[in-house]
Design a protein around this ligand. Structure first.
Ligand code: HEC
Length: 310
């Protein structure tokens, strides 16, 4: 992922050179470190155990025995705030599962009206109930667990800086310092998977961004890597789960060579626009086809891609 980060730094350096040659490398480094830390927080939110050196394999909830690896109990469970094992009911201890990708718990995309995941928590960082809650409060909650909320204790498996990066990522989304879910898609009880992309994406710009930023790894038509055990090409994945693809492009894919993909130096509005352009482009079934993906293609008039669907 090194070269992508350097690409971002390069763009920023050009901008800084024009106005402030002195101290350029210092600021460059600081900006890069900020982007990197935010992205790490996002990947930890997605799947923390693919981002740490220690082994953690969540217990398989389908089997009667507790048979995972690592963690405070050595068996792929975490503990609750009461110090007792906190069962994996299918969330695999991933924050994106417990809170949902949009961090709204049961009111959000994984919640009752939409994907209805059985393990989703009642609330998350973007829920009105937690509005304005401080960084310290969230850090304590993640580190120690919270029985009322239904959150396990991550302090046994993540370091203090890792927990801080994770919380800062969530609060940056909450506070609009990173693309906000409301700016990327609307929840919909009518649409499969419960979402419809936001309007305003420019597919032509998105195609250019894709060609420059993604094609080297994913192929010109996005079929080189097929995800989820051969089920979906990248185009298909975006048409099915655009809300998740946006976050993965922002933060990178946990445990892979894919780091954060947006150019450094964009503010949240610029990031949102770039993500929407990309998603609009990936809604073109002809240009970014299914390839060897085994899942069916989304049908004509599928609402998720709205008028971007080609
Ligand atoms: C350096 C190579 C590289 C670049 C550049 C790259 N990716 Fe990836 N990407 C990967 C790899 C490797 C994976 C992991 C594949 C796997 O899990 O099988 C991945 C995974 C993903 C996933 C996760 C799919 C899932 O399993 O949920 C998405 C979405 C994605 N890439 C989109 C993009 C987009 C969009 C771009 C351009 C903005 C991009 N990638 C740029 C290499 C790259």
């Amino acid at each position: 992922m090194g070269w992508m980060r350097r690409t971002g730094v390069g763009l920023l350096a050009v901008g800084l050179c024009a106005c402030a040659p002195v101290g350029e490398s210092e600021r460059d480094g600081a900006a890069d470190a900020g982007v990197e830390r935010t992205a790490l927080g996002g990947r930890l939110f997605d799947m923390w155990y693919d981002e740490i050196d220690r082994v953690f394999v969540p217990d398989d909830p389908e089997t009667p025995v507790v048979d995972g690896r690592g963690g405070p109990n050595g068996d792929g469970t975490l503990n609750g705030a009461d110090g007792r094992p906190f069962a994996n009911t299918g969330h695999d201890y991933r924050l994106k599962n417990l809170f949902g990708w949009d961090m709204r718990g049961v009111a959000g995309v994984y919640g009752r009206g939409y994907q209805d995941k059985p393990w989703i928590l009642a609330t998350g960082p973007l829920s009105p109930r937690h509005a304005g809650e401080t960084r310290d409060r969230w850090i304590a909650r993640l580190a120690e667990g919270d029985m009322a909320l239904g959150l396990p204790a991550y302090g046994d498996v993540l370091s203090a800086p890792e927990i801080a990066a994770l919380v800062d990522f969530m609060l940056a989304v909450r506070d609009g310092d990173l693309p906000h879910p409301d700016a990327l898609y609307a929840l919909s009880t009518e649409a499969p998977k419960g979402f419809v992309l936001a309007p305003g994406g420019d597919a032509e710009r998105g195609r250019r961004f894709y060609a420059a930023q993604c094609a080297d790894c994913h192929g010109a038509d996005a079929t080189r890597i097929i995800f989820d055990n051969g089920e979906q090409s990248l185009g298909q994945h975006a048409r099915y789960y655009g809300y998740a693809v946006a976050m993965i492009v922002l933060a990178g894919e946990p445990g892979s060579d894919m780091g954060p993909q947006l150019p450094a130096g964009l503010d949240a509005a610029g990031q949102t626009a770039t993500l929407l352009d990309l998603l609009a482009a990936l809604c073109d079934r002809g240009r970014y086809p299914r390839g060897a993906g085994t899942d069916p293609e989304v049908p004509d008039n599928d609402p998720r891609c709205r008028e971007y669907l080609r």
